[in-house]
Write a protein that binds this ligand. Sequence first.
Ligand SMILES: Nc1ncnc2c1ncn2[C@@H]1O[C@H](COP(=O)(O)OP(=O)(O)OP(=O)(O)O)[C@@H](O)[C@H]1O
Ligand SMILES: [Mg+2]
Length: 241
Amino acid sequence: MLDKLHEDINKLKKLETIRSEFLGNVSHELRTPIFAVQGMLETLLHGALDDPEVSKDFINRALANTQRLNTLLNDLIEISRIESGDMKMSFRYFPLKDLLRQVVTEMEPSAEQKGIKLELISNHDNIDVYGDKDRIKQALINLVDNAIKYNKQQGKVTVSSQDAEKEAIISVEDTGVGIDAVHIPRIFERFYRVDKERSREAGGTGLGLAIVKHIVEAHGSRVEVQSKKGQGSKFSFRLKK
Ligand SMILES: Nc1ncnc2c1ncn2[C@@H]1O[C@H](COP(=O)(O)OP(=O)(O)OP(=O)(O)O)[C@@H](O)[C@H]1O
Ligand SMILES: [Mg+2]
């Protein structure tokens, strides 16, 4: 009885720590772009407005920061929906190749902007898989976004699907910086970034993979990661046919 009580108290304490760490992370992530916007507006007000070149640059930078705030808030809403069990999944059969084509088409401009080749490979017809198409699309976009962001100059990103009896295996592979084995178990945690500076420069907050994990696990699957530092990474998961 007493043991059980101690156990419950410890569990509550742990939850409280997680909660306050989460709030700390959120506040920090919000503060950075808000301060940036504030600083730019103040500089404009204190004279930079008189110089059209400078003011345009500052306004563009402020805009980029508000866009970042918007993405961050959307990700936070998504995470809280998932964790409170409010994320309604809608499972149906859908044609896999069509979805993969959509993802590649949507991500093509950002790949091109970074000089990265994005391609789609699949060894089968347009098979139907079972899942929530929109959520799977979102998970894939997050994976492709990372594969582009953490790639090298002239790198390559390959989205592929494989027919494997009762399942399809879907992978996103890159020729990027890779992830050291010690970090792999942690990259799915909220706000975890291997290289904070690099990720922040790339506009990341560390929520993308936490969202991917939740979505894939809600499909009774899990995300597998293979990576070699300096060579690239491959993220895969399976969907039922
Ligand atoms: N394909 C990849 N290659 C190398 N490192 C990666 C790759 N994908 C993820 N990572 C590492 O894992 C971390 C967590 O990824 P995650 O997608 O959760 O966050 P993010 O990309 O930093 O931010 P966000 O996705 O919220 O914009 C990244 O910061 C990066 O260090
Ligand atoms: Mg990401």
